[in-house]
Design a protein around this ligand. Structure first.
Ligand SMILES: [Zn+2]
Length: 207
């Protein structure tokens, strides 16, 4: 089990230089850096844009999908596979869409609908809210990682409350991994859930 902290460090660092960061991303919890922003927002956004286009494109070329092996079709019981489509935008960027769908191995005419990964991830994140984190095998590993993150945060910001890892932190970290983690981190997390995930007409559920 390997949860890399690389992503988190990069994000914390980038937002630190901008002076303000949200952690975990998407949580609505914002921290103010204890220093004046070193770069302007315009430059910050530009750099982020650059990093995205350079870092993400080669990764996309590998055709790796995070959530294929962990779901089965709720209608026919076949596995779930994925495919990708690229949309070229006017500004020169390329947007990648990932779709998950039934392999139709057990039922050649299975009518289960496709789901876009952008719609899938928020659903997986809300499943995290339903989990009993006490019995999630990853709990200890996540707690350990969070302590490291909090130490790092303390180093940067001198945040006094940084030592305590709460249940809400663990959930938020799990959601963060689902959104921002590498393909391997996402797979690892889902594998450790032990519950089976079923996909039926664009809705996921635990079984
Ligand atoms: Zn099916």
């Amino acid at each position: 089990m390997h949860l890399s902290l690389g992503n988190i460090y990069r994000i914390l660092e980038a937002h630190f230089y901008y002076g303000r960061f949200e952690f975990p991303k998407g949580s609505g919890v914002w921290y103010n850096g204890s220093h004046q922003p070193i770069i302007t927002k315009e430059l910050f956004d530009l750099v982020q844009e650059k990093i995205k286009s350079q870092v993400l494109e080669p990764k996309y070329a590998q055709k790796e999908f995070a959530f294929t092996k962990i779901m089965t079709c709720g209608l026919c019981g076949s596995g779930i596979t994925a495919d990708e489509k690229f949309k070229h935008q006017k500004n020169g960027n390329t947007h990648r869409y990932v779709y998950y769908k039934c392999t139709r191995i057990k039922d050649h005419f299975c009518p289960n609908a496709l789901i876009n990964e952008d719609d899938l991830i928020p659903q997986l994140q809300s499943l995290v809210d339903d989990l009993d984190m006490q019995i999630v095998p990853l709990r200890e590993k996540i707690t350990e990682e969070l302590k490291r993150v909090k130490k790092f945060e303390h180093m940067l910001l001198g945040n006094k409350n940084s030592a305590v890892v709460k249940d809400i932190d663990i959930r938020n970290y799990a959601k963060f991994i689902l959104q921002e983690g590498s393909v391997e981190e996402k797979r690892e997390f889902i594998r450790c859930l032990k519950s089976h995930i079923v996909l039926t007409d664009r809705k996921v559920s635990l079984r």
